[in-house]
Design a protein around this ligand. Structure first.
Ligand code: AOF
Ligand code: ZN
Length: 420
């Protein structure tokens, strides 16, 4: 039905109000509609708290009887941190449920829909499913692989360089590209860098955009005030409308600061690094067996969570004319551990050798590349992906391009790795 997509679109907008905040749970939005009026709506705020349907049904109250529920993800069927939503939907007297996508969680997949259908509720599935899945691509990847979804982010010149031959790199891309990069930070659970980046730049690695900037970018140009009054109009008055809910949400939803993950075999991260001075977020440092216990304790004292992890031998490299065995942190082991820690999405920001580790082992899902409007040139100028590189084109990961945008005379390219 034509209104199905309209109300599902609204449920998606509501879900996205909690962007970055729900991991390991998905973003979920719900809208209850009766006689073409919204009588309740809500979204999942944070893992461990009420699911989207509960907020929407609480608001609709008795009026939910005979109404239609729009929900971006199949209602859950299990007792987790909260009771099953599918049961709650049945008890509320809802007569039709419109679902955006199935829940890939094996505790739920198909079982939520079965509970609804067994109770005689009409179920329509896959309405705006592509949007519903894309907004939870990290959650879907995590549920299917037990690893977080890995997005590689690079900023380079048109000829693929990230610095000049003298090492100058500020700024190859412009402010608009960098602003967009901060949207990526706000929508990922965590960001990952190598210790080289910490030692070279001492970055704070936080997200420096406003909540309104984030909403404008991911929800569309929807001013929350207009958003509210539109629904008030639909409801013929302000009583018990989502005006209250949306206003309440403004209080609770602030910009998400991603946790920071550092790959640092020897534990060389300085204890006074700026990453430790950014308030309430985790800093996780993966070290190898070569990192001393003392160093681990020093890092723990300044708040780091230090994880010793396996190393893997890499191909012999010709450094200073002597062939040496290099051991690197095992990226597969890092990803497994991040899965255990319930990270669903990780943004890898560099440097070039860290990106190379993910590329060489084909351990990434997506790539976002910003191209500045300059050419650097020079065989010595460092490229966006270093490491060993591949010898044969057959070894290269293949990509599917999904978008190319010119933003303020820079280019943003989004691509997914094929055959994931
Ligand atoms: C829904 N609506 O708003 C959310 C759902 O530990 P719990 O009880 O919070 O359950 C988490 C699981 O429930 C999560 O993995 C996903 O399958 C589902 N999340 N489901 O119907 C919601 N957040
Ligand atoms: Zn639920």
């Amino acid at each position: 039905m034509v209104n199905d997509t309209k109300y599902m679109a609204r449920a998606i907008q509501l879900a996205k109000l909690a962007s970055g905040h729900t991991a390991p749970n998905p973003l979920v939005g719900a809208v209850v509609v009766k006689d073409n009026k919204i009588i309740g709506e809500g979204f999942h705020h944070k893992a461990g708290t009420a699911h989207a349907e509960v907020h929407a049904l609480d608001q609709a109250g008795e009026a939910a009887k005979g109404a239609t529920l729009y929900v971006t993800l199949e209602p859950c069927a299990h007792y987790g941190k909260t009771p099953p939503c599918a049961k709650r939907v049945v008890e509320s007297g809802i007569s039709r449920v419109v679902i955006g996508s199935m829940d890939p969680n094996p505790l739920v997949a198909g079982k939520g829909i079965a509970i609804l259908e067994d109770a005689g509720i009409e179920v329509t599935n896959d309405v705006l499913s592509e949007d519903c899945i894309r907004m939870n691509e990290g959650f879907f990847t995590y549920m299917q692989t037990k690893h977080p979804m890995i997005t590689l982010k690079s900023a380079m010149s048109l000829d693929g360089k990230i610095a000049t031959k003298t090492g100058e790199s500020m700024w190859i891309t412009n402010e608009s590209s960098r602003h967009d990069g901060h949207i990526l930070r706000a929508t990922h659970d965590a960001m990952l860098v190598g210790v080289g980046t910490i030692l070279a730049d001492n970055p704070s690695l936080n997200c420096r955009i406003s909540r309104d900037d984030l909403y404008e970018s991911i929800i569309g140009n929807c001013d929350l005030v207009d958003f509210t009054s539109e629904t008030e109009k639909m409801n013929d008055g302000p009583a018990n409308t989502n005006a209250e809910i949306v206003n309440a949400n403004i209080e609770i939803v602030d910009i998400h600061q991603p946790d920071v993950i550092i790959l640092d075999s020897l534990g060389r991260t300085p204890t006074d690094a700026n990453v430790f001075k950014q308030g309430d977020r985790k800093v996780i440092i993966f070290v190898s067996e070569r990192c001393s216990k003392d160093r681990i304790h020093e890092l723990e004292r300044v708040g780091a969570i230090v994880k010793p992890i396996a190393t893997v031998p890499v191909r012999k490299s010709k450094a200073t004319d002597v062939l040496v065995d290099i051991k690197k942190l095992d990226i597969n082991a890092v990803l497994s551990e991040l899965g255990v820690m319930q990270y669903t999405s990780v943004l890898v920001e560099g440097g070039a050798s860290i990106i190379a580790s993910f590329v060489e082992q084909q351990l990434f899902d997506k790539m976002v590349t910003y191209v500045g409007n300059i050419i650097i040139g020079g065989a010595e100028a460092i490229g966006a992906v270093t490491g060993n590189g591949i010898a044969s084109l057959q070894e290269a990961p293949n990509l599917t391009f999904t978008s190319v945008d010119i933003i303020d005379n820079n280019i943003r390219i989004e691509a997914y790795r094929m055959n994931r």
